[in-house]
Design a protein around this ligand. Structure first.
Ligand code: RBV
Length: 427
């Protein structure tokens, strides 16, 4: 295994970085009542004593609160990034100052450094993995299969990671149990819809200083993320065009009142293009050929494969940084196509990006935290493969959040429960 140094060995002014990172974490913590609740329980019960947790996630202030919550529960935690541009070095440094945490995350690393940092995390010989995008699970299975026997299980944060895990599971290649955190109601109805919707649009607006009002915004993909982006763009007075490959989702978008058409037609009309499909080659050469001068191209999917930037680069006669976080590709006929955040997930990878809002990440990370606890407490219940998160855990998180918000709600009466459980009633 390679020797890759923790962030503390990579920064010049470590003390001020740690201070600023801690300040960002303190702000996030004030708006994360779920993690606070779970953390108090973990501190008292020490459910992770003796465990080694490996994590590859977007290392910024909210994620840092999850990392600390697991460490305060008794675990030794090693963490790195899951995207070369989403790390906040100051937060990474603040985490690395904790005696039970080693952080290797650094912003702007190249491919080699990115994977070296993943290997450094794996060198801690984890008993549990927490992934956002499945890079840890993949690296362990491909390069360190001898560690699998010592791994109790894992948890996966995002749609793309769960998709990869299910493909791996179907091939019979996934050798330890992993919770599909993404697929819970508490995750995707909030994080994917509201989180992606709000933070992608906010990042693009702040990066470009341009308005949404009156724009034709093309949203590629009408899954949970696409629905959120479409709804929020519409709420900011954009005209939303949706592209889809799945007939029921296309119909759903149509019935929501959006224009639905193939990308080949949308390419001519759009002012802003935002991909949320999780698939590759969504916007390719024929689309670039049809686009208007000055369009914005951005991606909100986990990987930077949705916009074919190689093809765009081949078409371009010139390329320059139009603004911080915006690369202009100038074509032979003078049209400029502007790519935001290198086509990487825009809500985290643009220079001013902060990721999803704090409140939704509190929910997602609350589910993550109780999933790690569940995997360790009831490990015999989970064999190798992808597992749905037990619904009572997801409800537990929802109830903590509702209580923190001061929202009361009804409970079923015994008669109602009996009615719902019986089949022998009719007219
Ligand atoms: N995401 N994390 C943040 N820490 O600021 N913002 C978004 C953050 C997660 C989100 O849960 C999504 O599933 C994943 O990033 C995509 O990589």
């Amino acid at each position: 295994m390679t020797e890759y140094p923790p962030i503390s060995d990579q920064l010049d002014d470590l003390e001020s970085a740690r201070e600023e990172g801690r300040r960002k974490m303190d702000w996030a913590a004030q708006h994360m009542p779920i993690l606070e609740h779970v953390r108090e329980e973990f501190v008292a019960e020490q459910p992770f004593k003796g465990e080694r947790i490996a994590m590859a996630m977007h290392v910024e202030a909210k994620t840092a609160m999850l990392v600390e919550t697991l460490a305060e529960g008794g675990a030794d935690v090693a963490v790195t990034g899951c995207n070369p541009l989403s790390t906040h070095d100051d937060v990474s440094a603040a985490l690395d100052a904790h005696e039970n945490i080693t952080s290797y995350a650094k912003r702007g690393v190249d491919d080699q450094e990115y994977y070296d940092a993943i290997e450094a995390v794996i060198a801690h010989e984890p008993t549990v993995t927490v992934d956002d995008g499945m890079d840890l699970v993949a690296a362990i299975h491909e390069d360190y299969p001898e560690l699998i026997d010592g791994i109790v299980g894992g948890a996966e944060e995002t749609t793309t990671g769960v998709h990869r895990l299910r493909a791996m599971d179907e091939d019979g290649a996934l050798d330890y149990p992993v919770f599909a955190v993404n697929d819970t109601p508490m995750k995707r109805l909030f994080d994917n819809v509201h989180g992606t919707g709000e933070s992608s649009l906010a990042s693009i607006a702040m990066t470009t200083n341009l308005s949404w009002a009156g724009k034709n915004v093309v949203v590629a993909g009408f899954g949970y993320c696409g629905k959120g982006v479409a709804r929020k763009a519409s709420g900011q007075n954009a005209n939303v065009i949706v592209t889809e490959v799945e007939p029921r989702r296309a119909l759903e978008a149509h019935m929501e009142g959006y224009e639905v058409m193939p990308m080949a037609d949308a390419a001519e009309k759009g002012d802003v293009f935002l991909t949320t499909t999780g698939n590759r080659d969504v916007i390719v050469e024929e689309h670039f050929e049809a686009m208007q001068d000055g369009v914005l191209l951005a991606n909100a999917g986990h990987f930077d494969i949705e916009i074919d930037l190689e093809a765009l680069d081949d078409l371009a006669v010139d390329r320059y940084e139009a603004r911080d976080g915006v690369e202009a590709y100038e074509l032979e006929d003078g049209r400029r196509l502007n790519v935001v955040a290198e086509g990487r997930l825009v809500n985290l990878a643009a220079p001013i990006s902060l990721g999803h809002p704090v409140e939704v990440m509190d929910q997602s990370f609350g589910v993550q935290a109780v999933c790690v606890r569940e995997m360790l407490e009831n490990s015999e219940a989970y064999d190798a493969g992808v597992h749905d998160v037990p619904d009572d855990l997801d409800r537990e998180i929802a109830e903590i959040k509702l209580e923190a918000e001061g929202v009361d709600f009804d409970a079923l009466t015994d008669t109602q429960r009996e009615y719902m459980d019986s089949w022998d009633h009719g007219t």
